[in-house]
Unconditional design. Structure first.
Length: 745
């Protein structure tokens, strides 16, 4: 298709008008978009064409993990606009600010365009450009050296969830290592293990039809945009009640009733809610009798957990707790106890999530409109058969399996692995670290410990698109293509209606970046030249992404060309089906097949079957530090994005006005925040939206080190302050267990 362009639209590759349209706020927004415009003008070639080739391609966003459907408008080979794909059930036509700013991930001047090998001290920022051949040989030399000296168990392998992560993890297994530290261990592992204990898995929520929504800390409106947020707002507009329990008043809390709970007492509130439901006989007797086990034990367990007891713990008035329980019972089963996602809060997080599943069961808020449900439809994909199976894996170096029997062993436990290396309890020396699409120096608490661990490594290799803080400390950076420049495996999640979508290249690759599968193939070839592996790794990866996708699409409604043309395929649907769990036709994936108030799995593995509450510690004169995200960022992944950074250039420490007054701190001034682990300088935001005993810092800022020039020097890094702590059952990192002092100047 060709269309006539005006001079104004084509003076630069990206139109000024288009930029202004990205931002709703006419005043400040206009100034910010001009900055962003100037930034892009540096990297997009100047041209004044007469006719323009305009293409619109369907793909899948990767600016966070929600994977919204997108339509990319490409003009003469330049990506000019990203819109939502209205056909995609996962996003329903919307994209958030991050999704739209994906353009800047491609054209970011900081982006790594060529393989870079370190020439100075680690972290000094001295690099030389290398060819891919040299880069592959460099990685293979180092990995083989470590394997031959210490064995494959000496390799640490870390990565973040994405459609391509499977290839990176697989390479590790062909080398014989299973020392993975994956995203879940920094994010949602405790939620998964807790819900697994009580409900046999993490349910979906039919939020749109909920009459009462209880969110513990979940800040949906500033996390993933879609589709839960559309449903949440719809439910509230239809008269549903939203209650948000959080020490901080988030934008989500502002849409409903905010209950500023004392940090780390959420379990006490849940126990008291169950106490009221049982004491006043407000629970779903039929569901409890037929579909649960352990009710009598639960009744005895919560007998002492009166609302008055909980008031002392939580600082939520006893009458309010009674009111909550009664209102939830009146709305049941259309009650949404929202499971949450980033649940890396406290060391007792798993048992708290277990209790959320128990509360859901007591209300019978399962398998009904407006409630929790399991299932949804799923498009049936074929699968690629790997030519060669991985070798027998060496045992994990940190004894994780024995220590955390109920954790997901494939995900590993970051905190435990790091401790094992630093404390000398690792079964063998750990000398090589390969990192894909992850930024542990920011994402993992107590970052000074991560730096210490890095010093013990003979080799650190990073695959990324940006010179992240972690990449800056590596020995080699291998540049990956962005999600807008590559073909990824087909994605078909559980959804109603079922669908399958494809992430495909919409623009040409910048520089010499490569998709991760190609990078792995290059490394594999060099590995095989240097070492006789039980499995020839080159043969294992002897396929193209196109062949992988073709195998997935075998027998489905569309072939590769068809799916790439459309970007998405959506199945016809009759909507969600309810009633199968209530009738017993479907069973919970617990040992008993029922919702378990007393977890048999926990008992079998040496943990108490019911959640046992302990009052939190306090440190007089200090505040508990909590963290979270901002709507415009996905942790540290896109903090350096020029457009997003222009909207929110630096983070702040939120501090209650009474505390600020006591310390003589004014809104907007720079303060020191100190913990036992470090000290940072950061701007103060004095606000009544936070409790007196708590401070909040938005995660992902403070890029002092690294080649991320937009982010460098802006804001304060919360991870420097956080003490090393992890959930006791899942080993999910616990980011809200540190007390800090906020000091003037
Ligand atoms: S919520 Fe935003 S960043 Fe996440 S996938 Fe959707 S558009 Fe992309």
């Amino acid at each position: 298709m060709k269309e006539r362009a005006t001079h104004n639209e084509t003076t630069h590759g990206l139109s000024r008008r288009g930029f202004l349209g990205l931002l709703g706020n006419a005043g400040a927004g206009a100034a910010m978009s001009l900055r962003a415009f100037d930034a892009v003008a540096d990297v997009v070639p100047h041209r004044v064409p007469t006719y323009r080739k305009v293409e619109t391609l369907g793909s899948v966003c990767a600016m966070c993990v929600n994977r919204c459907g997108i339509r990319a408008r490409v003009v003469d080979g330049v990506l000019e606009k990203i819109d939502g794909d209205p056909r995609n059930p996962n996003s329903r036509g919307g994209t958030c600010a991050k999704g739209q700013a994906g353009i800047m991930q491609v054209y970011d001047p900081d982006r790594i365009r060529y393989p870079m090998i370190r020439v100075g001290e680690r972290g000094a920022g001295k690099w030389r450009r290398a060819s891919w051949d040299e880069a592959y040989a460099y990685v293979a030399d180092n990995l083989v050296k470590i394997i031959e000296k210490h064995g494959p168990e000496s390799l640490f392998w870390s990565s973040t969830t994405d459609l391509t992560e499977t290839f990176f993890v697989k390479l590790g297994t062909y080398l014989g290592t299973q020392n993975n530290a994956r995203h879940a261990t920094l994010c949602l592992a405790s939620r998964n293990v807790g819900y697994f204990a009580s409900m046999g898995g993490v349910p979906e929520i039919d939020l749109a039809n909920s009459k009462y929504i209880l969110m513990y800390g979940a800040n949906r409106l500033e996390s993933f945009e879609l589709p839960y947020n559309i449903d949440l707002v719809d439910a509230v507009q239809k008269g549903g009640k939203l209650v948000v329990v959080d020490p901080r008043m988030t934008y989500t809390a502002a849409k409903g009733e905010w209950l500023p709970i004392r940090p780390r007492t959420d379990l006490a509130l849940n126990l008291a809610l169950m106490h009221v439901l049982i004491n006043e006989e407000l629970y779903d007797k039929e569901f409890v009798a037929n579909r649960t086990v352990g009710f009598e034990a639960l009744k005895a367990h919560v007998a002492q957990n009166t609302p008055e007891w909980a008031e002392k713990e939580t600082e939520i008035p006893a009458d309010k707790i009674r009111q909550m329980a009664r209102e939830m019972a009146a709305a049941a089963p259309a009650v949404a106890i929202f499971p949450g996602r980033r649940t890396s809060w406290y060391t007792n997080d798993t048992i708290f999530r277990q209790s959320m599943g128990m509360l859901t069961g007591l209300l019978g808020a399962v398998d009904a409109p407006g409630a929790a449900y399991f299932g949804g439809d799923k498009a049936k994909l074929g699968s690629y058969s790997w030519a060669i199976e991985p070798v027998e894996l060496a045992p994990k170096f940190d004894g994780f399996v024995e220590k955390f029997p109920l954790a997901n062993h494939e995900d590993g436990g970051y905190v435990h692995m790091r401790d094992a290396i630093l404390n000398g309890t690792a079964k063998n020396p750990v000398k090589g670290w390969m990192i894909y699409h992850q930024n542990p120096l920011v994402g993992v608490l107590d970052s000074n410990k991560t730096l210490e661990m890095m010093k013990q490594m003979d080799f650190i290799g990073v695959i990324d698109i940006q010179p992240s803080q972690t990449a800056w400390m590596a020995d080699i950076i291998l540049p990956e293509t962005t999600y807008l420049e590559r073909l990824d495996p087909v994605w078909a999640p559980a959804s109603t209606p079922a669908f399958m979508a494809i992430r495909q290249p919409v623009v040409a690759t910048q520089g010499e970046a490569q998709p991760v599968l190609e990078i792995i193939k290059g490394i594999a070839k060099e590995l095989d030249k240097r070492h006789e592996f039980e499995t020839p790794i080159t043969e294992a990866f002897d396929f193209t992404m196109e062949e992988y996708v073709d195998a997935q699409l075998k027998g489905t409604a569309l072939d590769r060309a068809g799916l790439m043309k459309e970007g998405i395929w959506v199945a016809p649907t009759n909507g969600l089906k309810f009633g199968q769990f209530r009738s017993g036709e479907m069973t919970f994936k617990t040992p008993s097949g029922k919702l378990e108030f007393v977890s048999e799995r926990f008992i079998r593995n040496g943990y108490p079957g019911l959640p046992v509450y302990a009052s939190p510690r306090e440190e007089p004169g200090k505040q508990r530090l909590i963290t979270g995200r901002h709507a415009w960022f996905t942790h540290s992944f896109n903090q350096n994005n020029k457009w997003l950074n222009a909207l929110y250039p630096e983070n702040e420490v939120w501090i209650n006005p009474a505390v600020a007054k006591e310390k003589g701190i004014n809104d907007g001034e720079y303060v020191k925040v100190k913990s036992s682990r470090g000290e940072i300088r950061i701007k103060a935001k004095v606000t009544p939206r936070i409790r007196k005993d708590t401070v909040f810092i938005c995660h992902g800022f403070g890029g002092e080190k690294g080649g991320q020039t937009t982010l460098a020097g802006r804001g304060g890094p919360d991870q420097v302050l956080m003490e090393s702590a992890a959930d006791e059952i899942s080993n999910n990192q616990a980011m809200h267990e540190t007390f800090v002092e906020v000091l003037k100047g």
